[in-house]
Design a protein around this ligand. Structure first.
Ligand SMILES: *Cc1c(COP(=O)(O)O)cnc(C)c1O
Length: 385
């Protein structure tokens, strides 16, 4: 006898909500396997746990700008709030026009979004999938493996050179017919090293056409020598220059970033992004921030002064560190997790590096002179224990 048609349609349903099945087996396998991104410990959370006032806590854990945002950006956002009931310009025409003019490219070669993090996701979305590969340096941004795995692709890690910089020749050797995307983080996070123009030129000369090369330049404003990577874009190579407003521009909380690339790649990113991926206040803030070069210069100067302060202090104490071109410094304190906890107890949030496989290190963001002094005092206390 044939079963009744409706019995073929088996729907699990239970009235007992306590006995309900987990939805997990029915979700995306790649999502189940991902380990969520671990951000720097927030100030409010720390204040709650320690019973301290938020203003007594120094956070030097997420490479934020201690001077804050440009006052012009804040003003522009306040004005933009008046139009909160309207959808933002989905094409971000004004902001992208300004970026295009500033960097000497066409509007069609630009794309903007909610920070570099979103741009990384969009890049992965355009070219990664099952069986495809992404190559990055072992010591670089943890967002890359996360996004790579989200799209089911294989993450290929190339060890850094003994001086901690990217091994570009090693990365070339790791390329296979399945490689789709390479990230070059310059300066790189968390170590702060850079690769120079000649090395980059040689790399771009050799990289095959089926591979997209993304230059993550989140910290480029702090670097003394800034290699020209736009030349590869202008030459028509499959290169993507990624910038963010989160660091030197001091707008980490606003979520704003952009890329400059070929018209072809930008076109793909526009197809993948959600239609209103940057809010009107964020667009206004970014636009105003680009006009306030003075604020960026002031921020960069502060970082250079603070870097000297730390280097001198570490030399005096015989503590080894990795010379950095970013707004942070990686220091060898022996037991990173313990020192992180001890500093935390003293109201100073730094970043433990276990997640990066650098257990002996902590990463410290360069703050104001006073913040740096407080951090060094906390480190001294932690290391004396
Ligand atoms: C901080 C950082 C970014 C910026 O991320 P946003 O999403 O723009 O805040 C990008 N790349 C690296 C390597 C970073 O450290």
């Amino acid at each position: 006898m044939n079963p009744a048609p409706e019995s073929r349609l088996v729907i699990h349903r239970t009235e007992d909500y306590n006995a309900r099945m987990s939805i997990l087996p029915y979700t995306h396998r790649h999502v189940q396997e991902i380990r969520a991104y671990q951000p720097g410990k927030p100030i409010e959370e720390t204040a709650r746990e320690l019973g301290l006032r938020p203003e007594d806590i120094v956070k030097l854990a997420s490479n934020e700008n201690p001077l804050g945002a440009s006052p012009k950006a804040v003003e522009a956002m306040q004005r933009a709030l008046q139009s909160s009931h309207l959808y933002p310009d989905g094409s971000a025409f004004e902001l992208r026009s300004k970026i295009a003019a500033k960097f000497g490219v066409r509007l069609e070669q630009t794309a903007v979004g909610s920070g570099s993090s979103e741009m990384i996701e969009l890049l992965c979305h355009t070219c990664l999938g099952e069986g495809k590969e992404l190559i990055a340096a072992k010591y670089s941004f943890t967002m890359y493996p996360l996004m790579c795995k989200l799209f089911g692709a294989r993450y290929v890690e190339v060890d850094n050179k003994p001086d901690w910089s990217h091994d570009l020749q090693g990365m070339l050797r790791a390329i296979t017919p399945q490689t789709r995307l390479i990230f070059i983080t310059n300066p790189t996070n968390p170590v702060g090293t850079m690769v120079g123009q000649d090395e980059l030129d040689a790399f771009m000369q050799a990289v095959p056409d089926h591979v997209m090369v993304a230059f993550d330049e989140a910290y480029i404003d702090f670097a003394g020598q800034q290699p020209d990577t736009l030349r590869y874009v202008k030459r028509g190579q499959n290169a993507v220059v990624m910038r963010t407003f989160s660091k030197a521009y001091g707008l980490a909380g606003i979520r704003a970033g952009f890329v400059i690339t070929t018209e072809e790649i930008a076109g793909l990113l526009h197809k993948v992004r959600s239609p209103f991926n940057m809010s009107s206040p964020a667009q206004a803030a970014a636009l105003a921030a680009l006009d306030d070069e003075q604020h960026v210069q002031k921020s960069v100067r502060l970082v250079h002064e603070g870097m000297e302060q730390y280097e001198q202090a570490f030399k005096n104490r015989g503590i080894s560190y990795i010379p950095s071109s970013g707004n942070f410094i990686l220091v060898n304190v022996g037991q990173g997790a313990r020192v992180f906890q001890e500093c935390l107890r003293r109201g100073v949030i730094i970043r433990p590096m276990d997640g990066y496989g650098l257990k002996e290190y902590v990463r410290i963001t360069i703050g104001t002179r006073e913040q740096n002094e407080k951090c060094l005092a906390a480190l001294d206390a932690a290391l004396a224990l």
